[in-house]
Design a protein around this ligand. Structure first.
Ligand SMILES: [Zn+2]
Ligand SMILES: [Zn+2]
Ligand SMILES: [Zn+2]
Length: 97
């Protein structure tokens, strides 16, 4: 496991694709917490949610980095490095209302 994430340099600022998990909204599912892909802006649900769409999105697309999409949470997660971290000076995380 790496100490630092090497994928951070590859991401551009993205806008969230939806106000909630876009896959749950499509199928009428429910989520617990939301995560946002930092490669394409896909909003998906966390691993405590029944459908785990954020992780499913990583498996489908190999987009490595997500951020929390919850108010007041600024952490990032890299699926490839299995590393949680915060980015000093990063713009505040957009979050759902
Ligand atoms: Zn990484
Ligand atoms: Zn979902
Ligand atoms: Zn993505």
């Amino acid at each position: 496991m790496a100490d630092t994430c090497t994928h951070l340099t590859e991401v551009e600022p993205v806008s969230p694709s939806a106000e909630g998990c876009e896959d749950c909204l499509r199928i009428g599912g429910q989520w617990v917490h939301l995560r946002m892909c930092q490669t394409c802006g896909h909003v998906g649900c966390c691993d405590n949610s029944p459908n785990r769409h954020a992780t499913a999105h990583f498996h489908e697309t190999s987009h490595p980095l997500i951020r929390s999409f919850e108010p007041g949470e600024d952490w990032w997660w890299c699926y490839v490095d299995e590393l949680a971290f915060e980015v000093p000076g990063a713009a505040p995380s957009p979050s759902h209302p």
